[in-house]
Ligand binder design. Structure first.
Ligand code: GLN
Length: 477
């Protein structure tokens, strides 16, 4: 019998619907796989061995399909730590809206995925549990911050996964692990129950083995939610209807600022090759310009830490998780809890953010960054007058080695150079596999669309995928 763990959600769904495959067989196959593989990968921070399908959910859109959830998304009664000591033992009393929707459609939540602490990072190395490893080369990082989700999908330890993306945290690990990752338009998916990093940038999205599965997940998690005031009240289309293989007449913009010096040669060659494939399939390629691109990283690293520093103020030992013992008084308790509970990168972000928001610096940094953010958004508005989609690399290099950038935060921050503009501008963007380096490391193609243009993204991504076979290659483990 073929290994159930290696199939996609849509393949399993067909077997459940047509051949009467039982969800417990899928779970058994997966749990066995996890038992033998995760020692090497360390994608899971907790496993829900009790997951089982409710028979009355049979009509659910994801009935019997296992999903791994990033550890910053609240699941009622399941420890949710953001891979931080400060949330040790925290069990949310409620489900995030995306979790409620997955459960209602019969999905099986099999556990929580490792991540960078509070989603601060691009390598999964800031996790209090230690790094996840890249299934294509276990000496390398899986990307971050949703590194556990992407590595688990790539190593067939889950069928579907959820990640969150504030500056690239779904797309960059998807790219580095050779899987599909979608960051929806800001406001398309409810953030209720996602432990906030930077509230004006955060979105939850799917990490999957192929484009069809990403569309299936979006059909379940997208849509209005009155618990999140930034979640837009707009009808949700059936995204699977966009999977047509047809890109004729689509105008794909290629920004000249994105093929810069310093970008890895093999990445550049694969992405240019991918753009040529889209052209051969009937898309029209146009050169565009996004002149404020060079300011995106600095803008992001003011806006994101500023919001993070205020979001993280609530973790003080009083209401959630860890509290340092032996405090003399309340202030001492705050100091000891936060000093021991947060890791170095979290402390760095709190310091940077607090500084940017403090009197005298607010105008010089935070307000200025907000103005540049508007400029970056205007660049995209102008570009989308000339094209329907924009194609770029997802990351400037394939997966780097563990510890390679740990002591150089700036070089770590630069690994987000191609992804963060989509968050600053609120745009939807997807990463799909488009090639491999000579060392067999995956390379991702990044496609961006207009706000709420997920259907166009799916159309192009699916057409590309169905005319290539990068998504079928699996790491040897
Ligand atoms: N790597 C970026 C950061 O460290 C983005 C993280 C994310 O999207 N959560 O901020």
């Amino acid at each position: 019998m073929e290994n159930l763990y290696s199939l996609t959600a849509h393949e399993l769904k067909e077997k459940i619907d047509k051949d009467g495959l039982s969800p417990s067989d899928i779970l058994n196959s997966l749990f066995k796989r996890i038992g033998s593989i995760d020692k090497k990968i360390k994608a899971f921070v907790s496993l829900n061995k009790g997951a089982s399908a409710l028979p009355e959910n049979k009509a659910g859109k994801l009935y019997g399909i296992p999903v791994l959830v990033k550890d910053n998304i609240c699941v009622r009664g399941e420890e949710t730590t953001c891979a931080s000591k400060i949330l040790e033992g925290f069990k949310p009393p409620y489900d995030a809206t995306v979790i409620k929707r997955l459960k209602a459609e019969g999905a099986l939540l099999i556990g929580k995925a490792n991540m960078d602490e509070f989603a601060f990072g691009s390598s999964c190395e800031t996790s209090c549990y230690g790094p996840t490893r890249n299934p294509w080369d276990t000496e390398r990082i899986p990307g971050g911050s949703s590194g556990g989700s992407a590595a688990a999908v790539a190593s067939d330890q889950t069928i579907l996964a959820l990640g969150s993306d504030t500056g690239g945290s779904i797309r960059q690990p998807a790219s580095l692990c050779g899987v599909v990752g979608l960051k929806p338009t800001y406001g398309r998916v409810s953030r209720y129950g996602l432990i906030a990093f930077a509230s004006s940038l955060d979105q939850i999205g799917p990490i999957t083995k192929d484009v069809t599965d990403a569309a299936l997940v979006m059909n379940v998690i997208a849509g209005h939610d009155e618990m999140d005031s930034t979640c837009v009240d707009m009808p949700v289309p059936d995204y699977t209807k966009s999977l047509t293989k047809d890109v004729k007449g689509l105008r794909v913009g290629v920004p000249k600022e994105y093929f810069i010096e310093g970008i890895d040669k093999e990445v550049e060659a694969s992405v240019r090759g991918a753009i040529n494939i889209l052209r051969d399939l009937g898309a029209e390629i146009v050169e565009i310009t996004l002149p404020h691109t060079q300011y995106a990283v600095s803008t992001y690293y003011i806006v994101a830490p500023a919001e993070a520093s205020s979001n993280l103020a609530r973790f003080d030992g009083v209401q959630y998780g860890f509290r340092a013992p032996d405090a003399k008084d309340l202030v001492d308790m705050y100091i000891k809890t936060r000093s021991k509970g947060f890791g170095n990168e979290a402390k760095r972000r709190i310091l940077l953010g607090t500084y940017c928001l403090s009197t005298g610096y607010y105008d010089a940094y935070y307000l200025k960054a907000q103005k540049v953010r508007t400029k970056i958004k205007e660049d995209f508005d102008n570009a989308f007058k000339l094209c329907d989609l924009i194609a770029t690399p997802t990351a400037p290099t394939p997966a780097f080695r563990i510890k390679e950038k740990t002591y150089d935060p700036l070089s770590m921050y630069l690994s987000d150079i191609f992804t963060i503009s989509a968050n600053l501008a609120g745009l939807p963007a997807i990463s799909i596999p488009c090639g491999f380096s000579k060392d067999s490391l995956p390379i991702g193609l990044h496609i961006l669309a207009k706000p709420f243009g997920e259907e166009t993204l799916f159309r192009a991504a699916y057409a590309f995928e169905q005319n290539t076979d990068h998504h079928k290659r699996k790491p040897k483990l």
